[in-house]
Design a protein around this ligand. Sequence first.
Ligand code: SF4
Length: 204
Amino acid sequence: MNNFVNIKTNSLSALRAAAADCKACDLWKRATQTVFGAGEKRAALLFVGEQPGNDEDLQGKPFVGPAGQLLDRALIDAGIDRSQAYVTNVVKHFKWEQRGKRRLHKKPNSLEISACLPWLEKEIALVKPDLVIALGATAAQALLGSSVRVLKDRGQVLESKFAHQVLVTVHPSSILRAPDEAARDREYRQFVRDLSKVGNLAAL
Ligand code: SF4
């Protein structure tokens, strides 16, 4: 556990305040702010993505950009009340590279993931969700180990040292990156099917 996370608190808001000053890896230097998790402090469902994107970095909230909007739509289509969900990321600062005028997402490396993981560990411990949903490979491997493969394990519920039940599925941004509309539709429907399993796994 890094020094910033090794704080004696049972309060999510105190944890959020501590994370705002985290400098446990270098990602804080080029990001606007820490993007901590958001949602009900005793949510039944805890969704974990990879890291904030450009919109999240600017607004300071997780899943408010295009991928977050797709997640919101999929939750509705899967019959899940968004107020039952807490959303967060493995890595709390936006890692990016400049392409023209745009800041493009850059995958966090293993050192950055390890440095940041204690924040997620503590979030899960405080929220105590019935079910954690790992969105994409970074979240799945951070929670379940490097042998997890999203395409092989999606829709499965696995046990993690962080949570009793972890449901693996894709990250909504991967649906947005699908090569054409037919592929996007197909991927979206499969994503909703994965999320539809949540009702049997959590007390909603
Ligand atoms: S990415 Fe995580 S570990 Fe790195 S500075 Fe930000 S909050 Fe701290």
